[in-house]
Design a protein. Structure first.
Lengths: 208, 806
């Protein structure tokens, strides 16, 4: 009698034991320049979330984030504090890196996000079933976002990805706080329209 | 690492109400960054910083320029050096300048590389069979570090028994009693004191009450904290909280609630009435459920326009109505009904079925689960069958997803390069270092033995969905049965799951409970028959199948008995020309000469055929499907391999040892296992090579050598010496059955003797007393383990005076 795949997993016993999936095996590590290390500690999450909001998967977000900090490290000695805060500077590098990533992706195929690729994006919900429902909604929102024009995508990512305040967004984009509020409002409106009527997305996509 | 966004400055933005909710929704998205990503990236950056080329180091360039200037100054002011400088400049004019090397990098002790923060480690508490240690690849620093720190340690549960006791205490009693269990994965932050400081649900069990119980009990666990450089530090830990019902094993759940004092003749086909209901695994739409849905919709005009409520409940349009538009219209009605009736699960059940038919499985599962939540909230108004349906269909969706991913893997292309199959050399290529499905299929057809070897060395599992989904699936079926003991689909799923594991005693017991509780449901009887056949009780199996077929509609009986898969081409042509009684007679004539053990009252092969057909019917949903055909012809494959990637098409390789090797390719995320055109052609061709396989043997029994010595006594005493044939595996612990059957001139059995004998080489002796009426003697050697049979059959000579050796 052969072991059907069904069988193999059914035979796994329900015992409890410890499993170490990741260890910290090394006793030492090299150091970054202290200033850059501070930037990294302070802004890494912000950059990651900005990127994650705009790319389809966690893996892609990690790749792009790595790319951002590698580029930043290579040129951080040329950084000019009088022109932008470190966060703004890093987010600008991130914007370009995301643009490059999406361009490469567009050459290869679809930008759509499928449900099984967004397990890391969830709302704070208590149960597994609500989590599934929420993920499907997030999937729709993210797919909707992908169809908006670039400016809208950028401002939504800065707000809902990085969690920047209006003034920070204004600094990043080089516009007034008021202009940020207006642009956000318009971007949200367009996202809502797209989520309600996916056909509109195709039109917008075409226009873009 | 989890982030929840706060937007302190954004409230200034005045948004209309509808956009406010979108704003809130987008703001509520939580990002689960992989905990070790930050530290890993930091390590990579630091390594890149240390190993950067001199061109990337401005201070190195500055240092080199300063050195040259200093050299020039010294060269121009010191006379002896000036001459050297002139010579040096002379060489510059003719030779290339060697690049200036950057100074050696040294790291002072106080800036020595630090241990990677052990807070990026995740300790997972898992079953031992999958336990493994996977170290993170951390870039090795290019320098030796003089300072050594104690290795970081990870949190350890201080008292496992105490934790298990807490879990048992937190396990809701009603769920324990109902046999509902599951596994909940939580993510715990273990602070430097070893206390659980933060608990997050990582992967739910599908049963909200269990998820809540896990979240409540987790803070009570005590750990020895992680340490780094000898200091206690906080860290994240993954922990599986497993709720296992104490008394109830999986197999004991089927048919719970059967009456112990039920009819003692329940399995006797000659007594009592057969099943008279519908036999679909999908339960018929209950009246209560229809009423609940009609109440929720609360619009007679809509119901009249879109068809009966029963159609909506099964997600199929009334006859003559196009399904696409109908499903879209009904969806809108159901969504509206859901909103207006927050405690009524019926619209969710109906909408979930529509979504499943539309292929939106994730959404369907979520709807079933929301339906369950509603059903729990208002259980007094919800019938047990509706509750069971919700659980059962949710379980089916989980099972489908799990089956489409479980056992998946790929074969390394270099493993094929090491073997030779010249015929398949030009077929298909490799993808990312792995052999393409086309290439493997070519090998499977052309060089199956080599491919089998390749699988054993080059197969890499690519995905293991783990037991978590299985727990949820099991919990779903259990709960369905607990709520509604005669739920056909859930009972069949439990019985099939046990069958796949070869737990035949349990299948038999559970199928009998189900058949009793349901008053002879045919599916319970079929699975009971299958178990009896596997337990080498063919006569009882025959009775069970007979009883099952009495309750099945005629077309299902015909399908089970159908022989077309096990006939050669000429037999098939003949068989197809028969109908009705003629066909039944043809089937009897077909089986008669194939009876492996003539002396028994049943034809074991005919029963084996029914057992396979019943298994195929319930496993694949249709006896006529391609997978059923292969299963009926050849039985369970010796080995089954699945090649593919998650979400992509799968290829299943069914391997039967010495052959045949059947490939099902391009399989999608559904349980359907159908052959491609090429696969179909191959299976058709197999008809000439392997018409069928029963047990591990070919059709004909092994001939048996028997020596007789006859002695006159009260009658004729016959002494027999039987040689165990080479084909029987010799193994002293195994017992073979050796039988002598004495038949009269009409072929009827007059007497028989069966003894058990160890499977060892050499002759076995036994005696029989042959009276005058005996015309034929049959000696049969049977291996119950493999199903092999060796037979001797001959006429008894009339007693003679000479008592010659027979």
């Amino acid at each position: 009698m052969s072991a059907h795949p069904y069988t193999r997993a059914m035979q796994i016993q329900d015992n409890v034991t410890e499993k170490v999936t990741r260890q910290a095996p090394t006793r030492s590590r090299p150091r970054l320049p202290s200033e850059f290390e501070t930037w990294f500690v302070e802004h890494q999450s912000s950059v990651y979330r900005y990127v994650r909001f705009r790319v389809a998967t966690r893996e892609a977000a990690e790749d792009v984030t790595s790319d951002v900090f590698m580029k930043a490290l290579r040129s951080f000695e040329r950084y000019d504090a009088s022109r932008a805060s470190p966060k703004t500077w890093l987010l600008r590098i991130a914007r370009n890196a995301v643009t490059d990533h999406l361009r490469a992706l567009k050459r290869r195929g679809s930008l759509h996000v499928s449900l099984d690729r967004i397990p890391d994006l969830v709302a704070n919900v208590p149960s597994a079933e609500e989590r599934v429902i929420k993920q499907e909604r997030i999937q729709r929102l993210l797919n909707g976002t992908q169809t908006l024009r670039k400016g809208d995508q950028e401002i939504l990512s800065l707000r809902y990805g990085s969690g920047l305040q209006n003034s920070e967004i204004a600094e990043h984009l080089g516009v007034s706080d008021n202009a940020v509020a207006v642009r956000l409002h318009r971007a949200l409106k367009r996202l809502q329209d797209v989520v309600r009527d996916p056909d509109l997305a195709r039109t917008q996509d075409h226009e873009a | 690492m989890k982030h929840r966004l706060d937007h302190p400055g954004l409230d200034a933005l005045v948004l209309p109400d509808d956009l406010k909710s979108l704003d809130a929704e987008l703001s509520s998205i939580r990002y689960e960054e992989r905990p070790s990503f930050g530290p890993e990236l930091e390590g990579e950056l630091a390594k890149a910083w240390l190993t950067r080329t001199p061109a990337q180091r401005p201070w190195a360039r500055r240092l080199a320029v300063a050195a040259v200037i200093a050299l020039l100054l010294v060269g121009t002011t010191v006379p002896s050096a000036r001459a050297s400088l002139v010579r040096f400049i002379g060489t510059l004019q003719t030779e290339e300048v060697a690049p200036v090397e950057g100074p050696e990098v040294t790291v002072p002790a106080e800036a020595a590389p630090q241990p990677v923060d052990s807070s990026d480690a995740i300790v997972e508490l898992r079953p031992p069979v999958i336990a493994e240690v996977v170290p993170v690849e951390v870039p090795t620093p290019p320098i030796e570090v003089p300072v050594e720190w104690p290795a970081p340690t990870l949190p350890v549960l201080v008292d496992r028994e105490e934790a298990e006791a807490s879990i048992r205490e937190a396990y809701p009693l009603d769920l324990q009693r109902a046999g509902v269990g599951g596994s909940v994965r939580v993510l715990l932050w273990i602070d430097p004191r070893g206390s659980v400081d933060n608990v997050n649900l990582d992967e739910g069990s599908g049963v909200p009450a269990l998820d809540r119980a896990a979240l409540l009990v987790a803070p009570s666990f005590r750990f020895r904290p992680a340490s780094r450089r000898g200091q206690s530090v906080g860290t994240w830990v993954e922990f599986d909280v497993i709720f296992q019902p104490m008394a109830q094993q999986f197999g004991q759940i089927a048919g719970v609630g059967d009456g112990a004092a039920s009819d003692p003749n329940i399995f006797d086909p000659s007594v009592g009435a057969a099943w008279r209901g519908t036999v679909d695994a999908a339960a018929p739409v209950g009246r209560e459920t229809s009423e609940l849905l009609a109440t929720a919709i609360d619009d007679d005009e809509v119901i009249a326009r879109l068809g009966p409520v029963e159609s909506m409940l099964v997600g199929e349009p009334p006859p003559g109505v196009g399904p696409t538009q109908w499903r879209s219209d009904v969806s809108a009605v159901l969504e509206d009904a859901m909103e207006r009736n927050p405690d009524n699960p019926a619209p969710l059940l109906a909408l979930a079925r529509i979504r499943r038919r539309q292929g939106l499985k994730g959404e369907a599962r979520a709807l079933f689960e929301r339906g369950l939540q509603r059903a729990v909230r208002s259980d007094s108004r919800v019938s047990p069958s509706l509750f069971a349906d919700l659980h059962y269909e949710r379980g089916l969706l989980i099972k489908e997803g799990w089956q489409a991913s479980n056992g998946l893997g790929r074969v390394r292309a270099d493993a094929l390069d090491l073997a030779a199959c010249p015929q398949a050399a030009s077929s298909g290529g490799s993808e990312d270092g792995y052999a393409s499905a086309d290439r493997l299929i070519a090998w499977n057809y052309l060089c199956p033995a080599e491919l089998d070897e390749i699988f054993s060395t080059g197969f890499e599992p690519s995905y293991n969905s783990g037991p978590a989904n299985l727990d949820v699936m099991t919990a779903s079926f259990r709960t369905a049965i607990a709520a509604h003991p005669v739920h056909v689909g859930a009972n069949v799923e439990v019985l099939l799951a046990l069958s796949e594991q070869g737990r035949w005693e349990e299948v038999l017991e559970a199928s009998e409970r189900f058949a009793r509780a349901s008053n002879r449901h045919p599916y319970g009887l079929l699975l009971g028959g299958l178990a009896l056949q596997r337990l080498s009780r063919p006569e009882e199996a025959r009775d069970r199948f007979t009883l099952a077929m009495l309750g099945l509609p005629a077309h299902e009986v015909n399908a089970l008995k159908d022989l077309r898969f096990v006939l050669d081409r000429s037999q098939l042509a003949e068989y197809r020309r028969t109908t009705g009684v003629q066909r039944r007679n043809w089937e009897d004539r077909f089986w008669a000469p194939l009876d492996p053990i003539l002396s028994t009252a049943v034809n074991e092969r005919a029963i084996e055929h029914l057992a396979r057909a019943a298994h195929a019917r319930l496993r694949y949903g249709d006896v006529q499907s391609d997978a059923s055909e292969v299963l009926i012809r050849y039985g369970e494959p010796n080995r089954l391999r699945v090649v593919g990637e998650l979400g992509g098409p799968r290829t299943e390789f069914w391997n039967y040892g010495t052959g045949p090797h059947v490939t099902f390719t391009g399989l999608g995320p559904t349980p359907a296992t159908e052959l491609t055109q090429e696969g179909r052609a191959y299976v058709n061709d197999l008809r000439d090579v392997f018409v069928h396989r029963y047990g591990t043997d070919a059709r004909d029994p092994v001939p048996l050598a028997v020596e007789f010595e006859a002695h006159e006594g009260t009658g004729l005493q016959v002494q027999m010496r039987v040689d165990v044939p080479d084909e029987f595996e010799v193994e002293e612990q195994r017992l073979l059955e050796l039988g002598v059957f004495l038949l009269d001139a009409s072929g009827a059995l007059v007497s028989s003797t069966v003894i058990e004998t160890p499977a060892v080489e050499g002759p076995v002796s036994l005696e029989a007393s042959v009276s005058a009426e005996i015309a034929t003697v049959v000696v049969e050697l049977f291996d119950p383990a493999s199903g092999r049979v060796a037979v001797f059959r001959d006429a008894v000579p009339p007693p003679s005076d000479g008592l010659e050796p027979y």
